[in-house]
Each structure stands twice: as C-alpha cells, then as structure tokens.
Design a protein around this ligand. Structure first.
Ligand SMILES: Cc1ncc(COP(=O)(O)O)c(C=O)c1O
Length: 383
C-alpha cells in the first residue's frame, strides 16, 4: 500500500490556477458570517424560466418514451423543431438530419467540437478576454496551443482575423461575454470571408447570448453569412435555464458529424423531456419575435442594463455601452484587483477582468443577475 498521490494527466497542468478561488473563499466566509453579500460575479440568471417552458418540461417527463436512452445527435422531431425555429428567427435553412446536433449546454458542445477537431500541438485562435472554455476546456484539454486575438475597446472588442491565419480552429462570440459587445455587419462579412477562404480552419461562432438583446438590436447568425462554420446555441441564458443543460449546434454537416462521433463516446444525449421542452420553447417564437414571457425577461435585463450603465458612468467609470447581454464591462484602471477587493470589503462581488484573459486586466465584469434594487444597493455601496 502506498500513500503517494496518483498524478493527474499532464494536460491538467496546462490549465491555469483557478483565479477566483480566493475571491470565492472570501465571499463564502462573509456569507457564513451573516454579511449581506450582493453577488454580481456569476452569469447565472436570478429569474425563473418562463412558465410555459417549465410546464412543457413537466409534461414531457411523463412521456412514455422519456425514460429511454436518448441519442447523441438529438431527437429527430426536436431537430426538425430547431430547423423551423432557425428558419423563422434567422432566415437560414438547415437540414435537421445532418446540420443540427442537440448539446448538453453550449459548454459540452464546445468541448465535444474541440475533441473532434483539435490535435495535440495544433494552434487554436481564441479571443482575450473571452469565455475561458475556448482556451482551457478546448485548447488546453486537447493538448493544443492558443493564438490570442486581443479584443480592444478601440476596435469595438472585435478581433483582428489576420491573427488567425493558418490556425486549426477559431472561436468567436457575439453578443460577447464578458464585454457585452455586438459584432458589426462588416465584421460578420469579414468572418464569413475568412471561413470561406480558409478551409483548413474550423470556424465556430458561440451564440450563447443570441436572444439576450435589447431595444431594436436583433443578433444575426454567422450562418446568414456563410455555410462554412458551426454555431453553438444555448437555452441557458435568456430562458433562465442554466441548470437544464440544453442547447444545440448548427452548421456544416461534416463538422456536426465529427461532434456527434465524439458525443457517442461520451454522452448518450440530453434527456428527451428536456429536448422536447427546448423544442416547445423555440417553437413559440414568431419569426424574430420571442413569446411574451421571454420578451418580459429581456425587458427586465434590459432595464437593469440601462440603470447600471448610467450609474457606473456617473461614478466616473469607463463603461462599455451595449444593447446585449447581462454583462457590464467596466474599465477601472490599470489594475482591477484593488477595485475588486474594495467592492468585496463592501460586500459586493464583481469579477476581475483578468479571469477572462490577460487583455481583461484593468476591467471588471458585473453580471446583472440580481433584482434591480439589489443592483442599486450594490452600486451605492461602491460610491
Ligand atoms: C460565451 C459563453 N458560451 C457558452 C456558455 C455556456 O453556456 P451553457 O453551457 O450553459 O449553454 C457560456 C456560459 O456562461 C458563455 O458565457
């Protein structure tokens, strides 16, 4: 019998240390001590899912076939429903047989995609700041290397695609986490041109926030501009359904097939009742118009955003204005950590920008996942 620790696979050492551990520890200590902590750190919606969505879920749990193994690609009827939604919402025709795959949330879809296409030593172009899964869950866990594409305020937080020349895979995300930025028409065209002229590169658009837009802004799909890509969609955010783990990938049939091959070895598909609730959720759209319950959710996040942008600007901070997402990206100086610590001293949790990559240093991200009065209270505490 030996007491030595079994070493992790070497790829785990490529994952950076968990930056938020200290922040989370301090937050937990404060809560345990009975402090009134306002957490604007987590992008997990506080609002409940739309009632019609949960009622659909409850109904489908009792379907006589709901207890069987689902399939990794997703139920054929659910894929047909996704295709109908996609046609109405984006005006894009998808073949439900070959161009759609149901995923257990965008995160699973992205990592399955990586497993299918990224070889050890490959270069993967990832934005910075960005959702950390591109650099870590995909690139590091596939023993690959990142090519960083900085997102800078002066460029509207859009990457320079020249930096992605020759890479194996390229990930972008608009509306964007963490900056809230949306892409311009010109950028979509540039990206489509890149996808069409770079057959060696897998181009993935992560559309996790496609429905979280406000005012007149409607987010397009990259598939409106090119067929040579794959796009990841999620019901997590605007359906307030992060815990249901459901979404879908859409795009080029060969790319979808690669993902499905990985998924058949790893998962056996999303539970059928959750897939069917997703289908009901999406089919309630009328073209680009969401059902009233989803519209109401958008309105609530939109109001919070308007308030937070204005209040932070009044504090003299450099706020990134946007018509999308519940994230507010704020420049607070050259080093954001003193601001983050000071906020914590006032029992307010905000995310340091460096958690999203080195280009995030000097920024904080506020997730507007608290009721408006709590956001107001948090910002008052920061004064
Ligand atoms: C940009 C982005 N992509 C994907 C995801 C994953 O979403 P889910 O796995 O819940 O569908 C998130 C979640 O925060 C995100 O911010």
């Amino acid at each position: 019998m030996t007491n030595s620790t079994l070493p992790y696979a070497s790829r785990l050492s490529a994952l950076p240390p968990y930056l938020f551990a200290d922040l989370e520890k301090k937050t937990a200590e404060k809560i345990a001590a009975g402090r009134d902590v306002i957490n604007l750190g987590i992008g997990d919606p506080d609002l409940p899912p739309p009632g019609y969505f949960t009622r659909s879920l409850q109904m489908h749990v009792a379907d006589p076939d709901a207890h069987f193994y689902p399939t990794s690609r997703g139920d054929p009827d659910v894929r047909k429903a996704i295709a109908r939604f996609f046609k109405g919402r984006f005006g894009v025709d998808l073949d439900p047989e070959s161009q759609i795959c149901v995923v257990l949330g965008g995160k699973e879809g992205l990592s399955s995609l990586g497993r299918a296409y990224v070889n050890p030593g490959d270069i993967v172009a990832v934005p910075s700041p960005a959702y950390p899964v591109y650099a870590q869950g995909i690139t590091a866990l596939c023993d690959a290397q990142t090519q960083v594409m900085p997102l800078k305020s002066e460029n509207g937080f859009l990457p320079d695609l020249n930096l992605a020349e020759g890479v194996r895979a390229l990930f972008v995300n608009y509306p964007n986490n963490p900056t809230g930025a949306v892409a311009t028409e010109f950028f979509w065209e540039q990206l489509a041109d890149f996808a069409d002229t770079h057959p060696e590169t897998l181009v993935c658009h992560d559309h996790a926030y496609s429905e979280m837009t406000f005012g007149d802004y409607i987010a397009p799909s990259l598939l409106q501009y090119t067929k040579n890509c794959v796009e990841m969609h999620s019901l997590s955010k605007v359906f307030n359904a992060t815990g249901f783990r459901i979404g879908f990938a859409a795009g080029r049939a060969d790319i979808i097939s690669g993902m499905v091959r990985v998924k058949t070895q790893i998962d056996s598909g999303a539970p059928l009742f959750i897939q069917r609730a997703m289908a009901d959720g999406l089919l309630s759209y009328r073209g680009t118009e969401p059902p009233p319950e989803v519209e109401k959710i958008r309105r609530v996040y939109g109001e919070r955003r308007v308030y937070a942008e204005k209040a932070l600007a009044l504090l003299g901070l450099d706020v990134t204005h946007s018509e999308a997402t519940f994230y507010v990206w704020v420049r607070v100086g050259d080093d954001e950590m003193p601001f983050v610590e000071r906020a914590l001293d006032h029992d307010v949790v905000v995310t340091p920008g460096r958690g999203f990559g080195a280009e995030g240093i000097g920024y904080i991200r506020l997730a507007l996942t608290q009721p408006l009065p709590r956001i107001e209270e948090a910002l008052h505490r920061l004064v």
